[in-house]
Design a binder for this molecule. Structure first.
Ligand SMILES: *Cc1c(COP(=O)(O)O)cnc(C)c1O
Length: 381
C-alpha cells in the first residue's frame, strides 16, 4: 500500500488524531479517468455516469466530482435536499425503497431528473399527486450474480408481475412519463461480470419496454456495484474494457446509465490516527489506536483487513511481527486489521488507513462510547 507524496506530507503535519484526510486532486484525476474511459471513442456514445451519493455525500467530494459526472443518484429525501443544495444544477436520480409521500413530493419540487419507482403502491401514491413525473421502474430480475459481494434481491425493485401492473397503471395516467428501467442487482463485481449483468438487464428490459410499454428509445440504468478490491488496492475496476463491452452490447436506440459509488470515492479518503498502546496478551500483539470502527466501520461491515500505511517518526523498518490493529471501543468487533504484518509500532506512531473514502465515516456509529469525533481535512492542491 502506497500513500501519495502530497497526502504523506500533509499527514506528517497533522497535529490532532484521528483525522479523515480526503485527497481531492487524486479524486479529480480518478474521476476524470473514469469519465474519459466511459466517453472514449471506442466506448461509442458511452453510458451516462451518475455518482451514487450514499457512498460518500460530503460536499467537497461532490463538488470535485461534478465536472466529471452526468448526474448524482440519491437514495433519500435527506440526500436529495443535501445534493440539491451543494450542486443546484446537477441532474438527480432518486431511488430507494420505502419513499414517503413527503419524499415523493420533494422529488417533484426539487426537479429530479428521474424517479426510480420501487413498487406498485409507491407508483399509486406518486400518481395521486397528479403532477408530471419522469420515471424509471426498478426491476428485480432473476439473474445469477455469483461472485457478488452483495446481491440486491429481496425488497429492492419489482418482479415481472409487479412491473406489468405498473405499466398498466402508467398507461392510464398521462402525467406519468415512463422512460425506462432501473436495475441495481449486485455489488462487488469485476468488469466481465458487470458486462454479463448489463447484458441480462438489457436483454429483458429493452423488449419489455418496447412490446409492453411502446417505448422504442428506452433508458436503462444498470446500477452501480463495480468492484473495489481492499486486499489489492492497486487493482482497479477495468473501466476501459467495461466501457468497450457496454458499447458493443448496447443498441444505438438505448440510453444507458450507470451509478457507481464505492469505486468512485473509496480510494481517496484516509483515516489517520495514532497508536495509544501496544500490548501482548496470551501471545497475541494488539496495537490500540485512537478512534475506532465507530469512525470507520468499513472493515467490520466488509469483514476485511483495512489496508494501511504505518508512519513512524523514525525510519520505517520492514514488518517484523504480526499484530491486530484495534480501536478504543469496548467490543471485540472493534478491529481494523487482524493478525497482519507490521513494523515494531510504538505509542505515538501514526497509522494511515487507506481506502476510507466510501462507506466509511458516513456508515459508522459515531456516538457509540462518546469518544471525540475525528477532524476532517479536504486536501485541495
Ligand atoms: C448503493 C447503490 C449504488 C452504488 O453502489 P456501489 O456499490 O457503491 O457502486 C447504486 N445504485 C443503487 C440503487 C444503490 O442502492
Amino acid at each position: 500500500m502506497k500513500i501519495p507524496p502530497h497526502v504523506l506530507s500533509y499527514v506528517r503535519r497533522l497535529e490532532r488524531f484521528p483525522a479523515y484526510v480526503y485527497d481531492l486532486p487524486g479524486l479529480r484525476s480518478h474521476a476524470e479517468a473514469l469519465h474519459s474511459a466511459l466517453k472514449s471513442p471506442s466506448a461509442g456514445r458511452g453510458p451516462e455516469f451518475y455518482y451514487a451519493a450514499k457512498a460518500n455525500p460530503d460536499a467537497p467530494l461532490l463538488r470535485a466530482l461534478d465536472p466529471f459526472v452526468d448526474g448524482i443518484e440519491v437514495s433519500s429525501g435527506g440526500e436529495l435536499v443535501h445534493v440539491r443544495q451543494v450542486l443546484p444544477h446537477a441532474r438527480l436520480a432518486f431511488g430507494g425503497p420505502g419513499k414517503t409521500d413527503e419524499e415523493l413530493r420533494l422529488a417533484l419540487d426539487l426537479d429530479v431528473h428521474r424517479l426510480h419507482v420501487e413498487s406498485p403502491h409507491e407508483l399509486h401514491r406518486l400518481a395521486s399527486l397528479k403532477r408530471p413525473a419522469e420515471i424509471l421502474l426498478r426491476a428485480n430480475l432473476p439473474v445469477a450474480t455469483s461472485g457478488a459481494a452483495l446481491s440486491m434481491s429481496g425488497p429492492f425493485g419489482m418482479d415481472e408481475d409487479a412491473l406489468d401492473t405498473c405499466a398498466k397503471l402508467i398507461a392510464d395516467r398521462p402525467w406519468l412519463h415512463l422512460r425506462g428501467i432501473h436495475a441495481h442487482l449486485a455489488s462487488g463485481l469485476d468488469a466481465p461480470a458487470m458486462l454479463d449483468l448489463a447484458s441480462h438487464i438489457q436483454g429483458w428490459a429493452v423488449p419489455w419496454l418496447r412490446d409492453v410499454c411502446g417505448i422504442t428509445h428506452p433508458e436503462v440504468n444498470v446500477g452501480g456495484g463495480m468492484a473495489v478490491d481492499y486486499t489489492t488496492p492497486g487493482q482497479l475496476f477495468d473501466w476501459d474494457s467495461y466501457a468497450e463491452g457496454l458499447a458493443s452490447l448496447t443498441a444505438p436506440n438505448v440510453r444507458l446509465r450507470i451509478e457507481p459509488g464505492r469505486a468512485v470515492t473509496a480510494y481517496h479518503g484516509w483515516y489517520v490516527t495514532d497508536v495509544l498502546d501496544v500490548k501482548t496478551t496470551r501471545g497475541e500483539t494488539y496495537v490500540v489506536l485512537r478512534g475506532g470502527t465507530h469512525h470507520m466501520r468499513t472493515p467490520v461491515t466488509k469483514g476485511h483487513n483495512q489496508p494501511f500505511v504505518p508512519l513512524l517518526s523514525r525510519a520505517t523498518p520492514e514488518p517484523t511481527q504480526r499484530a491486530t490493529l484495534v480501536g478504543q471501543l469496548c467490543t471485540p468487533k472493534d478491529v481494523f486489521a487482524r493478525d497482519v504484518p507490521v513494523p515494531p509500532l510504538q505509542p505515538g506512531d501514526v497509522v494511515a488507513f487507506a481506502m476510507a473514502g466510501a462507506y466509511a465515516w458516513n456508515i459508522s456509529h459515531h456516538d457509540f462510547l462518546m469518544h471525540p469525533k475525528p477532524e476532517f481535512h479536504y486536501l485541495d492542491q
